[in-house]
Design a protein around this ligand. Structure first.
Ligand SMILES: Nc1nc2c(ncn2[C@@H]2O[C@H](COP(=O)(O)OP(=O)(O)OP(=O)(O)O)[C@@H](O)[C@H]2O)c(=O)[nH]1
Length: 392
């Protein structure tokens, strides 16, 4: 699967990038490995020349086996079924609360429309269509949904307007469950999760929340701060790591992201980490740059961690509606995204974008952010999502 990571749209791009990778990456990594990752890796080592960037490895945050104990403290309440039940209820309520604006935007309007019709006719379908488009379900997906609704009405010879609500729920569930599984592919370990996405969409927050959650599930987690573009990004990740009690492998601002990921992988192997979560820089202003950077990182992963399960999660901001879909399309051309994380669903009435992303890109939504707290990241469960939107 990893061999297909780079979907390089144009042949000349592909050749350029391939040449770049073949000429530079292998040599650079071999040099780097020799210089820095010999058995006795030392924090005292000084200036390392890597890819033309000087970085002071003495200040890097590489603390190999010394902190294993820190991470072995898993959650104590894992086996408490009552608490698990409570958590589940809390989980659904949090989802429901988070989706309150979307519920207003879709269900309340649908209910008003259904109340105003006495019989099922074309005008009713058109009104429903408008509601879905306004809730950012996207034109194509909306057309498909309404067409499916029409067909079901016809096939089942439905004549009562009151039955449309249940039917619509059914169709939405079908849209959200027809693709690949929504579950994260991280078991059995080891696994590596590459987190991609443009700046500001909630990547750092998602990494913090996810690492905290996986740790509480008893997994050993490590973060690699591959967004070296801005010092603030590394610091922000460090803060989340502290909150989650998870170690971070980081270099200095401006370092080569592929080198950070390389170090992260070596540390993950040495510490027998279950899940390595890698941040990446989100510069989308130029697709070629994005592909260059990502392809180099992925080559490192492919070469250094072939046995690990791989997830490439694209983080998009639900409040940007159809923009999130466009971003996802660009990233999908640059790499084989395996899942989508939709953040800030709590702050928007545009939650319908979940349906657009899943159906137009054919990539499953795997996680959703429904708030700013560390516990506000949920596995995306299509059934609960539809229930939460339609709950009275
Ligand atoms: N309400 C809400 N806010 C969120 C959610 N996820 C992230 N945020 C907020 O979105 C803002 C941006 O999040 P970051 O994690 O810094 O985004 P980023 O993509 O890492 O951005 P850079 O660090 O600039 O690359 C922060 O204020 C977060 O608190 C969410 O699910 N709900």
């Amino acid at each position: 699967m990893f061999k297909n990571f780079f979907k390089l749209g144009k042949k000349d791009n592909k050749e350029k990038i391939d040449n770049h990778i073949e000429n530079d990456l292998n040599k650079e990594l071999d040099d780097y490995k020799e210089e820095n990752l010999s058995e006795d890796i030392s924090e005292e080592e000084n200036l390392v020349e890597y890819n033309g960037i000087e970085e002071n490895s003495g200040e890097e945050n590489i603390e190999y086996d010394s902190q294993i104990e820190l991470e072995e403290a898993g959650s104590e309440d894992d086996n408490n079924y009552e608490e698990a039940d409570e958590k589940k209820i809390g989980f659904f309520n949090r989802l429901k609360n988070g989706l309150s604006k979307t519920r207003k935007g879709i269900t309340e309007k649908v209910d008003i429309i259904l109340k105003s019709y006495k019989k099922i006719d074309e005008e009713l379908f058109e009104d429903l269509e408008e509601v879905l488009i306004t809730a950012d379900v996207g034109v194509n997906t909306t057309m498909d949904i309404i067409q499916e609704l029409r067909e079901k009405v016809k096939e089942r010879k439905i004549s009562e307007v009151s039955e449309i609500r249940g039917l619509l729920k059914e169709v939405l569930r079908e849209v959200l469950t027809k693709g690949e599984t929504n579950k994260l592919n991280i078991d059995p370990s080891p696994a590596i999760i590459m987190v991609v996405g443009v700046n500001g969409v909630g990547k750092t927050t998602t990494i913090g929340k996810l690492s905290s959650r996986l740790k509480s599930e008893g997994k050993k987690v490590l973060i690699a701060a591959g967004d070296t573009f801005r010092a603030a990004a590394i610091e922000q990740l460090q803060e989340w790591g502290n909150r989650a009690g998870v170690d971070i492998i980081s270099h200095q601002e401006g370092a080569d992201p592929a080198a950070v990921i390389y170090d992260g992988i070596q540390a993950a192997k040495a510490r027998k980490i279950d899940v390595l979560i890698c941040d990446t820089a989100g510069r989308l202003h130029n697709k070629k740059n994005l592909m260059n950077e990502l392809s180099k990182i992925f080559r490192v992963v492919e070469r250094e961690y072939p046995d690990a399960r791989k997830e490439i999660l694209l983080v998009v901001d639900a409040t940007t509606g159809q923009n999130a879909v466009s971003q996802a399309k660009v990233f999908k051309e640059a790499c084989d995204i395996t899942g989508i994380v939709l953040t800030k669903l709590d702050g928007t009435a545009k939650g319908g974008v979940v349906l657009a992303v899943q159906s137009e890109l054919d990539v499953p939504v795997k996680l959703v952010g429904v708030g700013e707290k560390i516990s506000d990241l949920q596995d995306f469960d299509p059934i609960s999502f539809v229930e939460a939107i339609f709950e009275e």
